[in-house]
Design a protein. Structure first.
Length: 159
């Protein structure tokens, strides 16, 4: 079976699809894996702590509340993701160091870029909770498939 999001969507029309709005920033345009979810706001301490752990081919989903006032992921965290075996990072918020991210072998999608770094430990966050943004709910452990055409979320592995 093709892992193209369009083909998966045709074969599994009951799967959730994120509304358009995310842009690609990482070196990989196509990535998939089980979701690990975070809910944070303008504070990336939990993002860093999670990316320091073994990713085991997973996709980190960061619900940053859609904030456009700072970046939650940058080049250093992208490098951590590569080193620790993450396949992708999807941020409902901003990233920075876009040229560095583009050179790294990890998928990174976000709403946009922002040069300002986030706070560290100011607001905390929650890990492994269902997150909802761009018209989709992503529970921890769901399978996420991303490519140039969008992002599909499935309760089970489709490949």
């Amino acid at each position: 079976m093709s892992l193209a999001v369009t083909d998966l969507s045709d074969a599994h029309p009951d799967c959730a699809v994120l509304r358009p709005g995310l842009l690609h920033f990482g070196g990989l345009r196509r990535f998939h894996g089980p979701a690990r979810t975070l809910k944070v706001f303008e504070d990336n301490a939990l993002v860093r702590a999670t990316l320091e752990q073994a990713g085991d081919g997973g996709v980190l989903i960061v619900d940053g509340g859609g904030s456009m006032r700072c970046a939650l992921v940058g080049g250093m965290l992208g490098e951590l993701a590569v080193q620790n075996g993450w396949h992708g990072i999807i941020v409902h918020g901003c990233v920075r160091d876009s040229l560095e991210l583009a050179a790294q072998q990890v998928g990174v999608m976000a709403l946009g870029t922002h040069p300002r770094k986030s706070m560290k430990g100011a607001f905390g966050g929650q890990a492994d909770v269902p997150v909802q943004f761009l018209d989709a709910t992503i529970p921890p452990g769901a399978w996420v498939y991303a490519d140039e055409d969008g992002v599909l979320v499935s309760a089970q592995r489709l490949d």
